[in-house]
Design a protein. Structure first.
Length: 243
C-alpha cells in the first residue's frame, strides 16, 4: 500500500517533469536523500556513551572527605560498574550507560541521548514532511466515479494506502510534538516517565524540572550546545534557587 502511494508520488513528479516543472522533483529527491542520511547518522552515531568514571567519582575516598553539596550522590551502575553522571542511564539493549538518556529507539536500533537527540528530532521533522507530501499527492490522485461502488473500486488501494500513511503521519506528529514539549521544559522521556524513581527528581516537591531555563533558553541550549553538559552544576544552582 505504501508502495502504491510512492508510485503515485513518482508519477505526479514525473508529470511535473514533463511539464518542465523541475523544482518539485528536485525538492522531493533532496528530501528523501536527507531522510536516508539522517536515519543512518542517528543510527550509527554515539548517543553519548559513558566511557569512564567522571572526575568527581574517580576517587570515592576523596569524595567522602569533601562536604556534599545539594546534588544527590552519584550512583554506580550495577551493570557496567561505571559511575553515572547525572541524567545518565544504563540501556539494557545497548549494554552501555548513556549521558542524558532519553530512550532506546528500536526504529533506529540505537539509543537517543545527549549527542544524537537533536538529530533524531530533525529526522522526525523530515519524515513528517515526506509523509505529508505523500498524503497530499495521494489525495490529489483520487479519481471520480459515477457511483460509490465504482468510486471505491477505482480508489480502493489508494484509500487503504492513505489510511496506512495517515496512521504513520499521526504517530510521527505525536512523537515530534512530545519531544518538542519535553525539550522546551528540559526533560527527557525517561525522566518524564520515571520521575518517582529517579533520585534527583523524586524528592522535589514540584513537577518543575530542575534543569529548566525557560522554553527559549532550553531550545537554544538543546540545539546549539556542543559537547557534554555538567548537569550536576545546573542542578546545584536550581536547588539553591528552589530553597
Amino acid at each position: 500500500m505504501c508502495v502504491y502511494v510512492c508510485v503515485c508520488v513518482c508519477a505526479d513528479l514525473r508529470r511535473c517533469e514533463e511539464r518542465g516543472e523541475l523544482l518539485l522533483p528536485v525538492l522531493f529527491f533532496l528530501l528523501v536523500m536527507l531522510s536516508v542520511l539522517l536515519y543512518f547518522a542517528v543510527s550509527l552515531m554515539d548517543p553519548g556513551f559513558v566511557l569512564t568514571d567522571t572526575v568527581k567519582g574517580s576517587n570515592e575516598e576523596m569524595e567522602s572527605m569533601i562536604p556534599q553539596s545539594s546534588t544527590p550522590r552519584l550512583r554506580r551502575c550495577g551493570y557496567c560498574l561505571l559511575q553515572q553522571p547525572m541524567r545518565a542511564k544504563h540501556c539494557q539493549t545497548c549494554k552501555r550507560c548513556v549521558r542524558r538518556f532519553d530512550h532506546h529507539c528500536p526504529w533506529m536500533e540505537n539509543c537517543v541521548g545527549e549527542r544524537n537527540h537533536r538529530w533524531f528530532m530533525v529526522y522526525l521533522l523530515v519524515q513528517l514532511l515526506a509523509l505529508l507530501w505523500a498524503l497530499h499527492v495521494a489525495l490529489s490522485g483520487l479519481s471520480p466515479g459515477v457511483s460509490w461502488d465504482l468510486w471505491f473500486r477505482a480508489n480502493g488501494f489508494l484509500l487503504a494506502a492513505l489510511g496506512v500513511v495517515g496512521v504513520f503521519s499521526a504517530v510521527v506528529l505525536v512523537l515530534l510534538g512530545s519531544h518538542v514539549y519535553l525539550v522546551s521544559v528540559n526533560c527527557t522521556t525517561w525522566e518524564f516517565m520515571s520521575r518517582h524513581r529517579i533520585s534527583y527528581l523524586k524528592n522535589r516537591g514540584d513537577e518543575h524540572s530542575p534543569f529548566d531555563r525557560g522554553p527559549l533558553g532550553n531550545l537554544r541550549d538543546f540545539f546549539c550546545a556542543c559537547g557534554a553538559v555538567a548537569w550536576e552544576a545546573t542542578y546545584d544552582r536550581s536547588a539553591a534557587n528552589h530553597v
